[in-house]
Every structure is written in C-alpha cells, then in structure tokens.
Design a binder for this molecule. Structure first.
Ligand SMILES: [Zn+2]
Ligand SMILES: [Zn+2]
Length: 239
C-alpha cells in the first residue's frame, strides 16, 4: 500500500460556474505546484475537457483521472471516475443525451469553454451543463460500473445538491463504498446520523471552481498500485 495526495473533484472552465482561469493546463500546473499526486477533472455533466486535461497532466507527471460530477434526476451530485479516457467519453455521450437541454446564458451562468490538448479553446458547449439529467441516483452505481468506473456521492454534508440533503437519507440498498465529505469536522455527527457512512471510505476534495481553492497535499488516499486504475480500485472498496 502507498499513499497518494489527491484532489478528485475539480471544475474547469467548461463548468459554467468554473472560473475562466480553470483551463486544463492551469489546473494541471497548479496541482503539480501544490504537490498533489492524483487529480480528477469532474465538470458538471461533462467529460469534454478531460482529453486536454489528461494530456496536460501527463506532462506534469500527475496521475490524472477522467471524470464528471453528474447531476441526477433528484438533483443529487455524484462524482463518477473512470480508468480510461475512452470509457469516460462514452459515458459523456450517454449523459449528454439525458441532460435537460436548455441554452446556456453566459451572462448569467458563465462560459462553458472546451479546450484542446494544445491549450486552445476549441469549442463552446451551448447547453447549460448544471441542469439535472434524467438519470436517477438509484442505479447510478451499476451504470457507472458498466463503464468500468466508480461513483461516490459528492459533498454529502452540503445542504444543497447532496444525497443526504436531497433524498433526506442514504438509501439502505446503496452500493457506493466511498463518500465525499467537504467539512471533515462534521464527520462524527454525520456518521451518527447516517450509519451507512461507517462502512465507507471517506474522502475530502476541494470541489474547486478557482485555481486557489485546489486542495493542499494534506490528505492521502491509500492505493495498492500508483496508477489511475489503482485509484479507481481503491474507491471501489471501503478500505
Ligand atoms: Zn456539486
Ligand atoms: Zn463540484
């Protein structure tokens, strides 16, 4: 076993709420500067900046995981990570077909910029990415597994767009083995209120929308293998 410093929930300038400075290259550069070893790009309902991000992150020697923060039909946010870029992009197409289509208003929500591996803007996503999809939380674990990936509920301690806030409880037949908690000081009470979490691996990511909010290398994820596959395998199991 070896520990990896990590931040597995980051938004690029493709998320409307992501700062324009959150380009794939800048995120990779900042993560490397901070001394992080494992990073994932998880834009709202899209993996379209993952090709550029993986190319940039490779240059910095980071373990870069392609991913997405999906917004389910219940408006629950869940992070989905994949061992291979191709699987992530196939999942991206599946989700995009199930996204409520509504044109983005850049003046209100912000730009949705797609970058290429040469660090140039190569596209603008026209439909607002923060809308709900018609994919329900129930069955999401199995769906993401069918793409060889792993899913964990995002920021379960948040009062909006979280599994606990939106459903009111953790479905007892849930399959996820990892949960993301934003404020670890709340963990003790959360576990008391939701005993399901006692059986979970707890991680904490920045959910950064601005470069300066990316995690410091304070937390480590124990993996059996220092690879993207090793990260996915760790998150598939509670401990
Ligand atoms: Zn979220
Ligand atoms: Zn997020």
């Amino acid at each position: 076993m070896t520990g990896l410093t990590y931040d597995l929930h980051l938004h690029s300038c493709l998320s409307p709420c992501g700062d324009d400075d959150m380009t794939p290259a800048n995120i990779a550069g900042m993560a490397a500067l901070k001394g992080l070893e494992a990073v994932a790009l998880t834009d709202h309902n899209s993996c379209k900046n993952c090709p550029a991000f993986l190319a940039m992150a490779e240059e910095y020697g980071l373990l870069a995981v392609p991913g997405m923060e999906i917004n389910t039909s219940e408006e629950v946010h869940a992070v989905c990570l994949f061992p291979e870029l191709q699987a992530a992009m196939e999942f991206d197409r599946y989700v995009y077909d199930r996204l409520m289509k509504f044109p983005n208003n850049e003046a209100i929500f912000g730009k949705q910029q797609i970058y290429n591996a040469q660090d140039e803007i190569c596209g603008i996503e026209p439909n607002l990415l923060i809308n709900a999809t018609d994919i329900s939380f129930d069955g999401l674990w199995e769906l993401v597994r069918s793409y060889d990936g792993v899913m964990f509920p995002a920021h379960v301690d948040k009062t909006a767009n979280s599994l606990i806030a939106n459903l009111g409880f953790i479905p007892p037949d849930s399959r996820f083995q990892t949960a993301e908690v934003k404020d670890l000081k709340k963990l003790h009470q959360l576990k008391k209120d939701h005993p399901y979490l006692n059986g979970c691996r707890i991680i904490s990511n920045s959910d950064a929308h601005y470069l300066e909010h990316i995690n410091e290398p304070d937390l480590t994820l124990l993996v059996e293998e220092r690879s993207v596959r090793g990260i996915i395998n760790a998150l598939l199991k509670a401990q």
